[in-house]
Design a binder for this molecule. Structure first.
Ligand code: GLN
Length: 194
């Protein structure tokens, strides 16, 4: 059976574990490099990307994580997790992992509207709009040739992207009851199409 890890250094990893539990997936909390062994996929949760990056460095996770993704482990970052997956940030900090061919701007919605919800049409998930929760959310400011935009706000700003077996969402599917994004990621984990 496919095991899916959730990076459990900081942020809302418990909610992701709960969602995966509802889908009867075997899960593992990832804190140390050895926790990555044998995982089919990894979720990097929402939280604070600077703290998460600092902890990844302290636990010496960066190298092994990138290595596992290169070997075919699927990865999905939500919010701060997507910030960490980016190739480049508009801001100087933190240093992202540079795995996805996207540029991301942190806290893109400013202080006044730092949290909001929106119904997104996401063809990959079917006809029913996905109710997305944004909390001090980033946006995708550039998409390189390797990545595809999966979802955008009405004003056109990109908030989800996919690249091969990697997925980034600016919002938090783990905070709603709609499990379609988690199911979609599991399909990516299970399809070792290469
Ligand atoms: N604003 C946070 C950051 O820059 C991300 C917020 C979130 O993950 N909900 O890291």
């Amino acid at each position: 059976m496919t095991k899916v890890g959730v990076l459990a250094l900081q942020g809302d990893f418990a909610e992701h574990l709960q969602a995966l539990g509802k889908l009867k997936v075997e899960t593992r909390e990832v804190r140390l490099p050895r926790d990555l062994e044998g995982l089919g996929g990894l979720i990097i949760p929402g939280g604070e990307s600077t703290s998460m990056a600092r902890l990844m460095d302290i636990y010496e996770l960066r190298g092994p994580l990138k290595e596992r993704v290169r070997e075919g482990m699927a990865v999905w970052g939500t919010c701060a997790g997507m910030i960490l997956l980016a190739r480049r940030l508009v801001e100087d900090r933190p240093e992202p992992l540079g795995l996805m061919d996207i540029e991301v701007r942190r806290n893109a919605f400013g202080r006044q509207v730092d949290s909001f919800e929106a119904d997104l049409v996401i063809p990959a998930l079917g006809d029913k709009p996905f109710h997305a929760v944004f909390i001090r959310a980033p946006v995708i400011t550039q998409v390189g040739p390797q990545a595809q935009i999966m979802a955008a706000l009405k004003d056109g700003r990109a908030v989800a992207a996919r690249q091969g077996r990697m997925l980034g969402t600016a919002f938090h599917p783990e905070l709603t009851e709609d499990l379609r994004f988690h199911r979609h990621f599991l399909k990516m984990v299970r399809s070792r199409a290469e």
